[in-house]
Design a protein around this ligand. Structure first.
Ligand SMILES: C[S@@+](CC[C@H](N)C(=O)[O-])C[C@H]1O[C@@H](n2cnc3c(N)ncnc32)[C@H](O)[C@@H]1O
Length: 329
């Protein structure tokens, strides 16, 4: 199995932890790997393919990808620019061994980064809202609460400071991301998923992986995802199936006593795999053991038969009874 690398976005809801499972269920021999909901990119940077065509509706997410990838072959320049900004604003940087003073650590045992960086972060945020510099936005993501990208209705970045700083994980993630970008051809789009699918050309060697916002969970990017979006997604997937294009889609189908009936009733005609999810709630960061996350495909995958994490084997496409029975296991 290929080593899983972390995306430098540390994106909420990313598929980093699930990639070892998903890798076994993704098809081999993918020419064009397509991702309509790419987010921080954890999925595409961990999937072998000849080329990548990826999209996200969030303008700044796509701009950040483009900005970071523009430093391919110039990683030292990117790091120097980031360190210069960190120094200029007076942020802590554990990777460069500029540590938070020990008296602050004693006083705020669990939140000393947030206390130390708060003023500098607010200045950084004000300057981003003024000048829209993308490297400043990247540092806001690194030092911000839960590494989120959040704007208010007037278009101002408004996330508070987080309890994190630029550490070795961030450094390694940037390096790995730039290595990936150097070795691969990646094209970015910034469209709604259905428009994106309509615009690109796909054939039987393409593979489309969907990681849309989960209808029954909370997160910043779920704000506009409702039942009609979920139905639009199902329609788009059926259309791909009709054209003979392979797809895979992850979803949370039960969580905190709520189930996603739209998706469940749609998925019955395809192949459904349980994936062992450490579903982490955006609001309370606790692991929800009652949650059920699934991966649905319109193609079979021989390797999955031996995958130990599956709760039950591949379903027959035309066997809704078997599917219903497995749902109650
Ligand atoms: C679960 S996240 C994707 C995470 C990604 N797979 C990763 O590992 O980082 C869902 C993404 O869908 C995007 N999104 C929401 N609505 C969309 C739409 N209508 N079309 C395209 N992207 C959308 C959000 O901006 C968000 O980045």
């Amino acid at each position: 199995m290929k080593r899983i690398i972390r995306s430098p976005f540390f994106y909420v809801g990313d598929k980093y932890r699930l990639m070892p499972q998903l890798q076994q269920l993704f098809p081999r021999n993918v020419s064009t790997y397509v991702e309509p909901f790419a987010g921080g990119g954890s999925s595409f940077i961990n999937t072998p393919a000849e080329r990548y065509v990826v999209n996200d509706i969030n303008f700044y997410v796509v701009e950040l990808h483009k900005a970071l990838s523009s430093y391919v072959g110039r990683s030292e320049e990117l790091f120097q620019r980031l360190y210069d900004l960190i120094d200029r604003y007076g942020l802590s940087c554990s990777f460069k061994k500029s540590y938070v003073p020990s008296e602050l650590k004693r006083k705020y045992v669990k939140t000393y980064y947030a206390h130390y960086n708060k003023e500098a972060y607010l200045q950084l945020r004000a300057d981003f809202n003024e000048g829209h510099d993308l490297l400043i936005l990247y540092l806001l993501l690194i030092y911000g609460f839960n590494h989120m990208i959040r704007f208010n209705s007037s278009g101002q970045f408004n996330l508070p400071v987080g309890n994190v700083d630029f550490n070795k994980n961030v450094y390694d993630a940037i390096r790995n991301y730039l290595n990936f970008m150097e070795r691969n051809e990646v094209v970015f789009y910034n469209l709604d998923f259905a428009q994106f699918i309509d615009q690109i050309s796909l054939d039987e060697d393409s593979y489309v992986y969907f990681d849309q916002p989960y209808l029954i969970s909370d997160s910043e990017y779920n704000k506009n995802w409702d039942e009609s979006e979920e139905r639009r997604l199902c329609k788009c997937l059926d259309e791909l199936d009709r054209k003979g294009i392979r797809f895979g889609v992850t979803n949370l189908v039960s969580h905190k006593g709520v189930s996603n009936e739209i998706f469940l009733s749609w998925a019955g005609k395809y192949f459904i795999y349980d994936i062992s999810s450490n579903y982490i709630s955006f609001n309370d960061n606790t692991i929800k053991k009652d949650s059920r996350e699934v991966f649905v495909t319109n193609y079979g995958n021989a390797q999955s038969k031996t995958a130990v994490f599956l709760d039950y084997p591949k379903k027959s496409r035309k066997n809704p009874e078997l599917y219903q029975m497995c749902l109650t296991l």
